[in-house]
Design a protein around this ligand. Structure first.
Ligand code: S3P
Length: 168
């Protein structure tokens, strides 16, 4: 069984790389946010609004675990917060292979421009009026992401190389 978990900050490119990796491996790609939206019939911003973040994080951790039981071979792009709550990074490490997409902050900032409406955490950061709040969260979460089994900086973000690494 191949269970590959991609972690990284919002806008780091988990879905884009995840689809390419899954194609290269000939297995299915999933996005955890999408799995959550399919199961609840609600969008992520709606869930944050109706449930609040604490309940969202509990549900996210539950879906992560139940999803892995139901699927066999997959690449799963996690939400930016998934590994940071409920010991989920440790759980993923013991149930599959974790890859951190380590995209530089400047690129992330650029990619996230204008995406507040679909990213409630980003919206909340903007509302703090503290210009550094996103960078602070990035630094704080990066410490957690760095515990993944492999770290892929931009220079190592190559599907063939990663497949070779996974097979060796
Ligand atoms: C979140 C990231 C989002 C989504 C939710 C919370 C976060 O996923 O799970 O809005 O806490 O960083 P992406 O990383 O796919 O944007």
């Amino acid at each position: 069984m191949k269970a590959i978990y991609l972690v990284g900050f919002m806008g780091s490119g988990k879905s884009t790389f995840g689809k390419q990796l899954a194609d290269g491996l000939g297995i299915s790609f999933f996005d955890l946010d999408q799995v959550i939206e399919n199961r609840t019939g609600k969008s992520i911003p709606q869930l944050f609004q109706e449930w609040g973040e604490i309940r969202f994080r509990e549900y996210e951790a539950e879906v992560l675990r139940s999803f892995a039981k139901e699927e066999d071979d997959f690449v799963l792009a996690c939400g930016g917060g998934t590994p940071c709550f409920h010991d989920s990074l440790a759980w993923m490490k013991s149930h599959g292979y974790t890859l951190f997409i380590d995209t530089p902050f400047a690129d992330i900032e650029e990619r996230l421009k204008g995406s507040e409406a679909i990213r409630p955490v980003l919206m909340a950061l903007r509302q703090t009026k503290n210009e550094d709040s996103m960078y602070q969260l990035y630094i704080q979460r990066r410490e957690i992401y760095l515990q993944a089994a492999s770290i892929l900086g931009p220079e190592r973000l190559n599907v063939n190389e990663v497949i070779h690494m996974l097979n060796s």
